[in-house]
Design a protein around this ligand. Structure first.
Ligand SMILES: NC(=O)c1ccc[n+]([C@@H]2O[C@H](COP(=O)([O-])OP(=O)(O)OC[C@H]3O[C@@H](n4cnc5c(N)ncnc54)[C@H](OP(=O)(O)O)[C@@H]3O)[C@@H](O)[C@H]2O)c1
Length: 314
């Protein structure tokens, strides 16, 4: 393939609402050592993209900037020192940092952040899984240390992270108690979760009883309130907020704010489970790159259940 000199990218030039996300023509990036040039087949919308657009994480990432963290694509060029990946490989993964995006027709990505996509996995699923899949894996397995028979309370269990977390916990032999809006309950029952609560109408902490693990991709009052549900030695893992350590210590539990990371072995394990049908990931909507702003609008409205994916080829 002849690599063009310019590409389309969905970028922000100021923080703000979805309308600040516009598609423009920019140079195709050149490769630094360790990188590969990926022709992007799909990139998914994640909570971090929304936060980056709204505030750059309190100004840490300044505009102008291309958004997007995870992707599925085909390797079109490799830096001289890259040996593990080759031109033509179909790969997926997540960037280790949000500094450079994936909402674009090409992306220069650190080869260490990518693995081969298993045969039979669709581009949209391959793009949707890395950020939420690794976050769910790290929360349930690595930090939550979920064991067979544990009771695991999962807030936001119908969301990107929570839905996979619920399935990983069940796969490990744990008993899942799920909390989310009523619209998400049917999908949760479909994956075998029998104890499902609507946080809008139920005091979830009281209804859950005592649990060994809490997974919190919601934050706000949910994070610290969850400490009360843990048995002694229990583990709270929040994806969004730093839990109150004094309360955690007093109650004899651990409470961690998890910053998930790219791990090729963990992503490969998640892929195996997806391909085997042991877990599923729902893609709710696939939109052209040009509709990146609408994709953010939909993600923020909560109107779409399942992951939202951008397809730059449309
Ligand atoms: N730290 C990390 O490494 C890491 C990694 C990945 C994601 N995250 C963060 O984790 C958060 C969740 O990501 P996601 O992709 O799972 O988001 P998501 O797909 O929007 O899922 C969140 C779910 O929680 C539901 N919800 C809202 N308030 C709730 C409450 N009080 N109790 C129970 N459920 C509630 C939402 O319902 P509605 O949609 O109806 O509101 C939605 O179904 C985001 O803030 C994201 O940035 C962090």
């Amino acid at each position: 393939m002849d690599i063009p000199t310019t590409m389309r990218a969905a970028r922000i030039h100021a923080y703000g609402g979805p309308e600040v996300l516009t598609v423009e023509e920019v140079p195709v990036p050149s490769l630094a050592p360790g990188e590969v040039l990926v022709e992007v087949l799909a990139a998914s919308v994640n909570g971090a993209d929304l936060e980056l657009r709204r505030s750059g994480f309190d100004g840490y990432y300044e505009p102008p900037r291309t958004l997007g963290i995870d992707l599925c694509g085909v390797v079109r060029a490799v830096a001289e020192d890259v040996e593990r990946l080759h031109v033509g490989d179909r790969i997926h993964g997540r960037r280790s940092s949000a500094a450079r995006g994936t909402y674009s027709t090409f992306a220069a990505v650190d080869a260490d952040d990518l693995i081969a996509v298993p045969a039979g996995m669709e581009d949209s699923v391959a793009a949707a899984v890395p950020v939420v899949g690794l976050a769910a894996w790290h929360a349930v397995v690595e930090v939550g240390r979920t064991a067979p028979g544990d009771r695991v309370l999962i807030h936001g269990a119908g969301g990107g992270v929570g839905f996979l977390a619920a399935q990983f916990a069940r796969h490990l032999g744990a008993q899942v108690i799920a909390s989310d809006v009523a619209e998400a309950h049917a999908a949760l029952r479909d994956i075998g979760v029998t104890e499902v609560h609507d946080f809008r109408t139920t005091d979830v902490i009281a209804a859950a009883g005592t649990v060994e693990v809490v997974i919190d991709p919601v934050g706000g009052p949910v994070t610290d309130a969850s400490l009360a549900a843990l048995s002694e030695g229990g583990r709270l893992v929040s994806l969004v907020a730093e839990p109150d350590q004094d309360t955690a210590r007093r109650r004899g539990v651990t409470a961690t704010m998890l910053d998930s990371w790219m791990d090729r072995g963990h992503l490969a394990r998640i892929d195996e489970l997806l391909v085997a049908g042991a877990v599923t990931l729902e893609v709710g909507e696939v939109l052209p790159l040009e509709e990146a702003a609408r994709a953010h609008e939909l993600a923020e409205s909560g109107a779409v259940r399942g992951k939202i994916v951008l397809d730059p080829r449309r």
